[in-house]
Design a protein. Structure first.
Length: 290
């Protein structure tokens, strides 16, 4: 008898979710509905007991139209070996795996010299420490790939309004996941009157692509025209913007002076008919009266 696995996520993903735990009979089936909840980077863990000589089990996927047993792309052996002393076997699922298995079921069969006791899915539930002022402007699960055979999406374009109000020195971060050794990250925007596609100078650390807005012109272009992410072998999960916090009261006085084109002293008070020596802010610029 095949046992159909059911998997439900509620709230924040737990680190390890039990997919199947029972007495093994003829085989274990993980349904296509359950597989549809998997994400690239999740780990499928098979708990197994083997003798001192070791043992193996079979893992494959199949479904309509011909129900042929097919190897999961990232698992080169349908009969993985388990050494004595090992209590489980892990398989990190790639986007290639998930794409290939769309609409199919995973089947796992224990060998004559092994006993499967439990199957779980391990997800990444760790979130980076929030940065003060960091605002989420987009969340999702968008694969990025030059090759449509590897992932369903070639690129990702932000929608209108994603970066409204962007200013110089604001920091844009793109959170990504990948199960490939050499992902490629490219972020572009439409520059100048000719709307020429131009790559942004970004940095990448721990899967996070970061870009600090260099000037107000670029900020305006990104605000009005958005960004497009290209590259290879990664999945975009979140975009954030961290606004620059004014560090001194001078910043506030300058912005206020720009707004109404009046003259202010360094205490932020409007001054009419300047006659005393000192430093003032007039029309958004500092001026010195000697």
């Amino acid at each position: 008898m095949l046992l159909v696995a059911a998997l439900t996520f509620t709230g924040v993903k737990a680190a390890e979710n039990v997919i199947w735990e029972d007495t093994y009979v003829d085989g274990i089936e993980i349904s296509s509905t359950t597989i549809a909840t998997f994400e690239a980077g999740d780990v499928l863990r098979v708990y197994i007991t083997v003798p001192e000589s070791g043992g193996n089990f079979k893992i494959c996927f199949k479904g309509e139209p011909d129900w042929s047993e097919t190897a999961i792309p990232s698992i080169d052996n349908q009969w993985p070996w388990v050494n004595a002393g090992e209590t489980y076997k892990d398989f990190t699922l790639t986007q290639d795996d998930l794409t290939a298995m769309t609409g199919k079921n995973i089947y796992i069969y224990q060998g004559e010299n092994s006993v499967i006791t439990k199957i779980t899915l391990i997800t990444n539930d760790s979130e980076p420490e929030p940065v003060e002022g960091e605002q989420i402007v987009w969340e999702g699960n968008q694969p990025i790939s030059w090759n449509t055979e590897v992932a369903p999406g070639i690129q990702f374009e932000t929608t209108e309004g994603t970066f409204d109000g962007l200013k110089k020195n604001d920091i844009i971060k793109f959170y990504t996941t990948t199960t490939y050794e050499e992902p490629q990250y490219v972020v572009t925007y439409k520059k100048g009157d000719g709307w020429e596609w131009t790559d942004l100078e970004t940095t990448v650390a721990d899967g996070i692509i970061s870009y600090t807005v260099t000037d107000e012109i670029t900020a305006t272009e990104i605000s009005e025209r958005g960004l497009i992410l290209r590259g290879q072998a990664y999945t975009l999960t979140k975009i954030t913007v961290t606004k620059e916090n004014p560090t001194t009261i001078n910043d506030h006085r300058v912005s206020q002076a720009v707004a109404d084109k009046k003259t202010y002293n360094l205490q932020g008070m409007e001054v009419k008919g300047v006659s005393l020596k000192g430093i003032y802010v007039r029309n958004g610029k500092k001026c010195v009266i000697k």
